[in-house]
Design a binder for this molecule. Structure first.
Ligand code: UGA
Length: 437
């Protein structure tokens, strides 16, 4: 099939490459010339494991091209909208400017029976509004809302073998003509048993908001338990292991630590609350305010613990932050708890050095006032305290014995509860985890 993918950020670049991998002829379109030039040269404009190999592989087949020219969408029968929906400045709601602009730019290039597929995370009601606009311009075209559930760091695998597909179509019915078209697009993963659900537009939009809200709630739940554990001397990691053995609860997303960040969970729960408010259903989601508050409280708690580790004052103390990305296997620093904590520590008078295997240039653009060092050994030199804030494998594997001679004071705060506390203590370190004695 001929497919256009509009918006080539984290979602769109991966989606375009994966659709070409599935055998389709794909054009990726974005207004950002720098991004398009990189992708056209089979370079990923951000770090995502295996994406670059995939770009190289599919570009050799000639099935994947990139352009800034929206007219290249003409001739495709399926058009995926993959642009971002960031949080509005100074408000909780989602900014739909990119979705609206992409849609408006695409409309003149639609042909009869084309299928436009929204993948961006949008407030419920957006699809109905866009479908109305489309109907005025190209009444025989169809709009499907097909939310994306990929995780950064696993984006290629999540796109090629998702847990499920959700198709939101106007009549919510299997016999909607766009269902068969999307089934063709995803024929390979469907053939290997990926489930798919056909529903209406609002349900499909809500599935995404609900899924991310549930994940955020799970994380804040375990972080709330960590607060109680700290107050009682209990161990939240053992508590998570024990409750996670109950199939109904599950162990995933019960890692207590410095909380969630990134370009999705924080802004999505806020946009969901804002939209519920507009719909008069705000009471239903007031718990998400608490989810958000618990999450933000983690960041303050790290600063307090760092102060304790430094003997009661942060002034002039050298602190090394291990990790800047919002999660490992990503160079994304959007709303990264690690960076936000690093900036707080600096504001409170400590001398902060940040290290990360992939995210330093993005971090430096966002917080130019912090000091960055690529080499871990150099970054920890003469540190009064280390803070492990993003659990990259290389930080999990650090050897406490080897590090002792490099630092001024062997103190570590394990912001992700991933280190072996006994091992670090045995090597002479003052070890602090979250919600662990
Ligand atoms: C999230 C969802 O997991 C995806 O399903 C969704 O498609 C995506 O948002 C999106 O809306 O586009 P992502 O933002 O890539 O994916 O990251 P997650 O793996 O969900 O992690 C989010 C944050 O939660 C990270 O900062 C991570 O460190 C933190 N986290 C995760 C915890 O603090 N504890 C956990 O147990 C799990």
């Amino acid at each position: 099939m001929r497919i256009s993918v509009i918006g080539c950020g984290y979602l769109g670049a991966v989606h375009a490459a994966c659709m070409a991998k599935l055998g389709h002829e794909v054009v990726g379109i974005d207004v950002d010339e720098r991004k398009i030039a990189a992708l056209a040269a089979a370079k990923a404009p951000f770090y995502e494991p295996s994406l670059e190999d995939l770009l190289v592989e599919v570009q050799k087949t000639g099935r994947l091209t990139f352009t800034t020219d929206m007219s290249a969408a003409a001739g495709s029968s399926v058009h995926f909208i993959c642009v971002g929906t960031p949080q509005k400045k100074g408000e909780n709601g989602a900014d739909l400017a990119f979705v609206d602009a992409a849609f408006a730019a695409l409309l003149p290039h639609l042909s009869e029976d084309d299928v436009v597929v929204g993948k961006s995370t949008v407030p419920v009601g957006t699809a109905a509004r866009l479908a109305q606009l489309m109907n005025e311009r190209q009444p025989s075209a169809h709009l499907v809302w097909n939310p994306e559930f990929l995780r950064e760091g696993h984006a290629v695998a999540d796109t090629l073998q998702p847990d499920r597909f959700v198709y939101g179509v106007s009549n919510g019915s299997e016999d909607h003509p766009a269902v068969a078209v999307l089934d063709d697009v995803y024929s390979q993963p469907l053939a290997t048993g990926t489930p798919r659900l056909v529903t209406d537009h609002p349900t499909a939009e809500l599935v995404k908001a609900a899924a991310n809200s549930f994940l955020a709630t799970k994380i804040s739940f375990i972080n709330a338990m960590a607060e109680v554990c700290e107050a009682t001397g209990a161990d939240v990691t053992q508590l998570a292991d024990a409750i996670g053995m109950d199939d109904r609860i599950g162990r995933k997303f019960l890692h207590a630590g410095i909380g969630f960040g990134g370009g999705c969970l924080p802004k999505d729960i806020r946009a969901f609350m804002a939209r519920a408010g507009e719909l008069g259903a705000d009471q239903a989601l007031t718990f998400l305010r608490e989810v958000d508050a618990i999450n933000m409280r983690r960041r303050t708690r790290v600063v307090e613990l760092a102060r304790e580790l430094c003997g009661g004052s942060l002034l002039g103390k050298r602190i090394t932050v291990l990790g800047a990305a919002f999660k490992p296997e990503s160079d994304d620093v959007r709303d990264s708890p690690a960076l936000s904590i690093a900036a707080q520590l600096q504001l409170q008078g400590s001398v902060v050095t940040v290290t990360d295997p992939k995210a330093l240039s993005n971090a430096a653009r966002r917080f130019p006032e912090l000091h960055y060092q690529e080499d871990t050994d150099k970054a920890v030199q003469k540190a009064d305290a280390l803070l492990l804030l993003t659990e990259w494998q290389e930080y999990r594997d650090l050897d406490p014995y080897a590090l002792t001679s490099l630092v001024t004071s062997p103190s570590i705060l394990d912001g992700r509860n991933v280190l072996d506390a006994a091992k670090w203590r045995a090597a002479g370190w003052t070890y602090r985890g979250f919600g662990r004695p």
